[in-house]
Design a protein around this ligand. Structure first.
Ligand code: HEC
Length: 116
């Protein structure tokens, strides 16, 4: 089974290299697989409002996402999606992601730490 692991590792590296060609990201190989990169891209779409990696601007009304528990995050995203939590922007945004993407985002933001 070792060869399967090697094959997958090589595929991941190639995928990351292809992305880097398009996006100029020298350190991407260190940051992990193509899947990780696409998750970061997904999370980056939240940064305009919630700050880089969910670290919201201090003192702003925007809630931070960094460090939110997966359970709370998922509950809020589902509530935005089904309209039980009303917030016109977030309702539209939450409806743009399927459950698998939402769960991946929940895990991603739980791992982030706000700057001290
Ligand atoms: C255009 C601005 C904007 C963008 C982009 C945006 N959000 Fe939000 N988000 C908000 C606002 C405003 C709120 C507060 C909603 C309210 O009034 O309750 C919010 C709230 C949330 C909350 C609830 C936080 C809490 O503490 O209860 C979550 C979770 C969330 N957003 C996730 C996301 C994710 C994930 C993305 C990216 C896929 C994203 N948001 C992109 C504006 C945005």
């Amino acid at each position: 089974m070792v060869w399967v692991g090697r094959f997958m590792a090589a595929r991941g590296a190639l995928g990351a290299a292809a992305l880097c060609g398009m996006m100029s990201c020298a350190a991407a190989a260190d940051r992990g697989s193509a899947a990780t990169l696409s998750l970061r891209a997904l999370a980056a779409s939240c940064a305009a409002c919630h700050g880089t990696d969910g670290d919201a601007v201090r003192g702003s009304a925007m809630p931070p996402l960094a460090g939110l528990s997966q359970g709370y995050f998922l509950q809020q995203m589902r509530a935005f999606r089904d309209g039980t939590r009303t917030a016109p922007l977030m309702q539209q945004i939450a409806r743009g992601f399927d459950e698998a993407q939402t769960q991946a985002l929940a895990a991603y933001f739980e791992r982030q730490r706000p700057d001290p």
